[in-house]
Design a protein around this ligand. Structure first.
Ligand code: 26Q
Length: 762
């Protein structure tokens, strides 16, 4: 582009960036330009901050998986195209600058990413809502593969320029008798239109990355140096569990002080706190905010009973899991050691709850002295919500039924959502442009407008364009993978992707058994109708042995397949290393078949399922979590549902009569696939210890009932591949229907529901 064709805005922008980078743009390095853009975005977003008059939300969460911020902020501020043009004019490439940014991986998976999507929607909807969390020095570990095994190394994301600004604000927090200063960092959250809100992240000045030893190990007892060093990937040992309590209390105590400070500065007299603040507790990790706020209020002269009422009116709780083992409960001795100041309050809350019911299942402190965080949340907040319709029903009818009977009015559902700014506009610009040409740009603010795409259901030209964009996105993914891990994809193949944390209930092992089965079929001359590229992205908690064994089996199988020219023509298995938000943004737009194959009743919602659908993939899934609502919206012809229903699964657990061995013995396909795990081909590239442990687990236990769903999965998946092959134009039509029906899954809708029914902001 010639300078004289630059618009006025672009000329101004060029001048400002030149000043900030202190050189003519064409002479500035990419690093200098990145810093200049960071500063420019910070200035622009600052000007969109608003003073708050009414009720303000504090979304408190141990995780905010925000992903890279440069492009996201440029899009939200409406600067993306101009910045790209100005840089291009100077011979610079915005994509190269994006590469320089370290991704802040301050979350494990869905729960953390949801918090990030919610912040985007709050700002976009012009609602007053800030986040409160921790500034981990290392985000979720970096995963790399060696000898087909997962290795973990620290993720030093703070090494470059980062977006969070250090403040002079610090709050005292007493942990195990020692007082620390929790330093506040502020990160601007831009809305698409709307306003700028703040993500408040706390840290200690004394944290020291040099205490990290081999891999991701460190001295877990050196609190001043390690407190915010790592985001916790698991809770597998006692020292780690204690450190987790340290982290949680640092976050909630500093957070509660910040909330009270801000509210008092706005004229709140503490008795009316609930008129100034709404606090959303993201799972049980921030639950100690309840006793901490009561402690602070009573210290400031509010009577205990009133403080309890104020906190109940202010706080609401979101449950993200029905896995009993994931509901946090802490031995009383842990809390006595770390936060003795909370114990008398928790005891009074326990006693108060016992005046409401004598049902021991709802006790906060149980007879063995365990403290149940979720129980405290339900008793002492005014709202408990699940994250998809099925999940909320299961909570009400089984897992939390005792509470539901006590407080039916507190229970409500808020089906999760995703921000379309990141998961469509940013990650799939070509599809975004096509949609804009067809129905205008209204869908960017009002996702329900995507339904207008239905008018093009039979327009061959549009359907061809959708297919063409998918192909280009496959090529882009292949290039990216070639650059990153030396793998080139067969872009003529159908792409099936399963990307999410590695967990047995998510059943990557079911996909594994399918792939082994196909290996045998191809060897026997029963070819697939189209080559299949099966892509995985998943991190396993470092101490989760079976999850790591599943990764090992998939990596080993991938080698077996690629070494066999007969099979590799038809099948390619690719495990993307270090799956994170940045990788997801490349993978999701390239997908044809979205694998959402959790055991029905176990996945609370899932949000990846929504991202894939929005980008035109068809779901292959069980009737679990939000898949149920996706199926409801797109209709049975536009999704591949298989497997046991949640009620069948729940019944089977209740009866306790599932026996994996019976399935292994009676189904030759299942037996052949499981036995292959320890057969000679796998032995050649894999480790017998891992592979036989996995085989034994599948035959001897299979707690998440992979085997009963195996045949249904095989049939449905092959049906999907056949439809993709033999009826391409109909496939593209169904992809369009998925995109058109994705509007409901915008986090703008979710946040509007939270606001109308729980928060009442502004
Ligand atoms: C607990 C104790 C100690 C250490 C770690 C943890 C811990 C950490 C993270 C427990 C749970 C998590 C994360 C849970 C999570 O991501 N849940 C997912 O939440 C999504 C958003 O609601 C849902 O879509 C997914 O279905 C749900 O699995």
């Amino acid at each position: 582009m010639k300078a004289n064709t630059l618009t006025f805005i672009q000329t101004k922008l060029k001048e400002e960036l030149t000043v900030l980078s202190r050189k003519p743009l064409s002479e500035a390095t990419d690093e200098e330009l990145y810093l200049a853009l960071l500063t420019y975005v910070q200035q622009r977003s600052e000007s969109k901050k608003e003073t708050v008059k009414g009720r303000k939300l504090y979304y408190i969460s141990a995780e905010f998986l925000i992903g890279k911020l440069l492009s996201n902020n440029l899009i939200n501020l409406g600067l993306y195209d101009d910045v790209r043009a100005v840089l291009a004019d100077a011979g610079k490439d915005l994509a190269a600058l994006e590469e320089l940014e370290q991704e802040p991986s301050l979350g494990n998976g869905g729960l953390g990413r949801l918090a990030a999507c919610f912040l985007d929607s709050l700002a976009t909807l012009d609602l007053p809502g800030d986040g409160i969390g921790l500034r981990y020095h290392c985000g979720l570990f970096h995963q790399n593969f060696r000898d087909n095994l997962q290795n973990e190394t620290p993720d030093y994301w703070l090494s470059g320029a980062d977006w969070a600004e250090r403040t002079n604000i610090a709050y005292p927090v007493t942990l195990a008798g020692t007082t620390y200063l929790a330093r506040l960092y502020r990160l601007a959250v831009t809305g698409y239109g709307g306003r700028t809100n703040t993500l408040n992240l706390f840290d200690l000045d004394t944290v020291d990355e040099s205490v990290i030893k081999e891999g991701i190990s460190f001295d877990k007892r050196n609190t001043p140096q390690n407190l915010t060093l790592f985001l916790y990937p698991d809770d597998s040992d006692d020292d780690g569990r204690l450190l987790r309590i340290y982290q949680q209390y640092l976050m909630v105590s500093a957070g509660a002080q910040l909330i009270l400070d801000e509210c008092e500065a706005r004229g709140c007299n503490l008795h009316d706190l609930a008129d100034y603040a709404a606090i959303q507790i993201n799972d049980t990790h921030p639950s100690m905010v309840i006793p901490e706020l009561i402690r602070l209020l009573t210290e400031k002269g509010v009577a205990f009973e009133e403080a309890v009422q104020i906190v109940t009116d202010t706080c609401a709780y979101t449950n993200h899991t029905i896995l009993a083992e994931a509901l946090e409960k802490w031995p009383r001795s842990y809390l006595e050691q770390v936060v003795p100041q909370l114990l008398p309050i928790i005891e009074r809350l326990d006693a108060l709850a016992r005046t409401r019911t004598d049902d021991p299942k709802t006790a906060i402190i149980d007879e063995s002295g365990q403290i149940h965080m979720a129980h405290m949340d339900i008793h002492f907040t005014h709202s408990t919500n699940g994250v998809a319709a099925l999940h909320t029903e299961i909570l009400k009818n089984s897992e939390l039924n005792h509470f539901y009977r006590l407080y039916p009015e507190k229970f409500n559902n808020k089906t999760n959502g995703i921000t379309f700014r990141r998961w469509l506009l940013e990650c799939n610009p070509k599809l975004t442009a096509l949609i804009g040409e067809l129905i205008g740009d209204g869908f960017k603010k009002d996702a329900s407008e995507l339904e207008k795409l239905l008018a093009f259901e039979h327009d061959k030209n549009v359907l061809d364009k959708i297919a063409q964009i998918k192909k280009e996105n496959k090529l882009a993914l292949s290039d990216w993978l070639q650059h990153r891990q030396g793998v080139t994809l067969n872009t003529d193949a159908v792409f099936a992707i399963q990307s999410k944390r590695l967990h047995e209930y998510k059943r990557q092992q079911l996909n594994l058994l399918y792939l082994i089965h196909q290996y045998f079929e191809i060897k026997a001359g029963h070819l697939l109708c189209t080559p299949l590229v099966s892509i995985f992205g998943a991190k396993a908690a470092p101490a989760y042995t079976i999850a790591k064994d599943i990764i090992h089996a998939l990596l080993t199988l991938s080698e077996v397949v690629s070494a066999d020219p007969e099979v590799s023509k038809w099948l390619q298995i690719v495990f993307v290393e270090n799956y994170n938000v940045t990788a997801a943004e490349k993978m999701i737009p390239a997908c044809d078949i979205s694998e959402q194959i959790s055991l029905a009743s176990k996945e609370a919602s899932g949000t990846g399922n929504m991202k894939f659908m929005l980008n035109g993939a068809l779901t292959l899934g069980t009737m679990d979590g939000a898949n149920v609502e996706i199926a409801e919206r797109v209709g049975g012809d536009n999704i591949y549902i298989f497997g046991q229903s949640s009620s069948q699964v729940i019944d089977r657990y209740a009866k306790g009569d599932y026996c994996a061995k019976d399935w292994y013995e009676s189904d030759p396909n299942i037996r052949r696939a499981i036995d292959f795990l320890t057969g000679p081909q796998m032995q050649k590239y894999g480790c017998m210890e891992n592979l036989s442990r996995l085989r034994n687990e599948l035959i001897g236990k299979d707690w998440f009932q992979t085997l009963p769903d195996f045949n249904a999965y095989l049939v449905r998946k092959n049906q999907a591949i056949a439809d993709y092959t033999y009826n391409a134009s109909d496939w593209n039509r169904r992809a369009l229907i998925n995109i058109a029906k994705a509007g409901f899954f915008s986090s703008d809708r979710t946040i509007a529901e939270y606001n109308e029914e729980i928060w009442h902001l502004g």
